[in-house]
Write a new protein. Structure first.
Length: 223
């Protein structure tokens, strides 16, 4: 069902014909992930808090690109990473391998993630260094945890294709797992999203988007 597609920066993404959307931007999958999530989310939080590590909750784990680039950054800088990805329909290992994302991170991260990917769907796994990965293979609204996270990567399919993932109910549910001063980042920015997050106690920043998108959103939880 899924199709491998080349993107403008030379990296690949997946196309989901039923949903009608690509997992990452056709203008550059790795560029988008590195800018929106690692740059404006993870690196921003680490720099702002002078932190030696952080926890990340990702809504929409997909093919694992955001995790791989996050782990690569933390591994190279000796930082701790506790990463939880929520994914209702986890891909098979063969599909992960077909993306070729191992070309963009340390070989030890790529090989370890592939080897431990299925185990990570049962319990958290140490991937490399101080980088841990757990994958919650369930619907977003069924996800529940006692953990609270420093950063949330909201990488769901676009609202035009899956509007239920962008409702106030869904956003309220997932945002409860962010710590005070926690950071929410996503590739999208709409009036509805800004109003909803403000109502949930966030301050909003409109930032330059990845190639192909003029703007993106970052929000910080203040309540």
């Amino acid at each position: 069902m899924l199709q491998i597609v080349d993107t403008a920066d030379g990296s690949k993404t997946l196309y989901h014909p039923v949903v009608g959307e690509h997992y990452h931007s056709r203008h550059g999958a790795v560029q988008e992930s590195a800018h929106v999530f690692v740059g404006m989310g993870l690196r921003h939080y680490l720099d702002a808090h002078h932190a030696t590590g952080l926890s990340v909750l990702e809504i929409g784990f997909g093919a694992g690109l955001n995790f791989l680039l996050s782990a690569d950054h933390c591994f190279r800088h000796g930082q701790a990473l506790d990463y939880v990805g929520v994914e209702a329909f986890p891909l098979g290992v063969d599909m992960l391998m077909a993306t070729g994302y191992g070309a963009y991170v340390a070989a030890s991260i790529w090989e370890s993630m592939l080897a431990l990917y299925q185990a990570a769907q049962r319990e958290s796994q140490r991937i490399v260094g101080r980088c841990d990965l757990a994958i919650a293979a369930q619907d977003v609204m069924a996800f529940n945890t006692d953990k609270r996270f420093d950063v949330m990567y909201f990488d769901a399919f676009a609202a035009v294709h899956q509007p239920e993932l962008w409702t106030e109910e869904t956003l309220r549910h997932v945002c409860q797992y962010l710590k005070r001063d926690g950071v929410f980042v996503t590739y999208a920015i709409t009036g509805h999203l800004k109003r909803t997050l403000k109502g949930l106690g966030f301050t909003i920043e409109k930032l330059p988007g990845a190639p192909g998108k003029r703007e993106m959103l970052r929000a910080t939880k203040i309540d």
